[in-house]
Design a protein around this ligand. Structure first.
Ligand code: SF4
Length: 317
């Protein structure tokens, strides 16, 4: 059953408040199941792309055309990085001021890693003010996060966890989990931070698809169905918690297998058709889309070795 609310805490699979733990606890991690490899895999973002529009999938996963992030997307990537760093601090240090102090250094590192992202703030009059205002808007998301939960009470097992598993059918699933909380009783909670500006009715189905994807991966890796899938919306301070069950995950696994078979079929022929919708407003590829009078580049063929990778921007939607 799904529940929504501001700051609500359904099932708390983490250290209770009176559990002393001053150690830094959250590390970026990796859990890879059978046949970990870099061969083509299905990620939640790319699966959602194909469901939305096969041609969008092709542009992103096959042609791998660059996209220009918006400032809002970039802010999401920054806030995800800050929350990861926050959980690497000792629990007692995880307060709003420390978290906001992490914003500027995290942005410096992102800008060094991806200098092209700094082009969103062109040189010239007002650049400093623009970056300052943008960092302040990121600080508001951090404040909203603290309104949803107290990170001093949480002892995650991992942040930015890379997970990968192969289903019995041979479909390889791959993705990154924002945060994994595991209770002393073994109950698993999957946490995802949402920082995007897309309307909730558009983003929610996609977000729940993503969370069920991670639930299937963890179930297959660990043999345990996660107790809770939790979405935290940092733009409006709402959260949504969902408890999956095994029959549902079995059905969802078949859905993922069907999506992958459809992708492989399209990959063999190059027949990735456009599927216009109101989501085209967020598509970076309208100019080359036949539905908008454009012409796609020549089909380059199915990519090897990997077509399932998610970018940091995917993880921050
Ligand atoms: S503009 Fe719309 S139909 Fe065209 S590729 Fe993008 S999402 Fe698909």
């Amino acid at each position: 059953m799904a529940t929504t609310g501001s700051g609500e805490e359904a099932a708390e699979p983490s250290a209770p408040p009176d559990t002393p733990n001053t150690e830094a606890s959250c590390v970026a991690g990796q859990q890879v199941g059978r046949q970990g490899s870099r061969r083509p895999a299905l990620s939640p973002s790319r699966a959602a792309d194909f469901k939305q529009c096969p041609l969008l999938y092709r542009f992103r996963a096959v042609d791998r055309l660059p996209e220009t992030p918006t400032k809002a997307q970039l802010r999401g990537t920054l806030v995800h990085s800050v929350l990861e760093r926050l959980f690497a601090l000792p629990q007692s240090d995880r307060n709003p001021e420390r978290a906001k102090d992490l914003l500027a250094p995290a942005w410096t590192e992102l800008a060094e890693d991806r200098p092209e992202w700094t082009e969103l703030f062109p040189e010239g009059d007002g650049k400093t003010e623009q970056v300052t205002a943008w960092l302040e808007s990121a600080a508001e998301l951090v404040d909203t996060y603290f309104g949803l939960e107290d990170p001093r009470r949480i002892d995650p097992e991992a942040c930015e966890l890379h997970v990968e598993t192969e289903l019995g059918s041979g479909v390889l699933l791959r993705g990154y989990i924002d945060r994994l909380d595991v209770a002393p009783t073994g109950e698993i909670r999957v946490v995802d931070y949402k920082t995007g500006t897309a309307p909730r009715e558009i983003g929610e189905a996609k977000a729940m698809f993503q969370m069920k994807f991670y639930a299937v991966v963890l179930w297959r890796l660990r043999g345990t169905v996660p107790r809770q899938l939790k979405l935290m919306y940092l733009t409006d301070g709402q959260s949504l918690a969902y408890t999956p069950d095994e029959p549902e995950l079995r059905r969802f696994e078949r859905t993922l297998e069907a999506i992958w078979q459809a992708i492989l079929k399209a990959g063999r022929t190059g027949d990735f058709r456009p599927s216009p919708s109101k989501l085209c407003g967020w598509c970076d590829h309208k100019a080359r889309c036949p539905s908008f009078g454009g012409t796609p580049p020549e089909y380059p063929g199915w990519p090897e070795p990997d077509s399932g990778e998610e970018s940091p921007l995917d993880r921050a939607d």
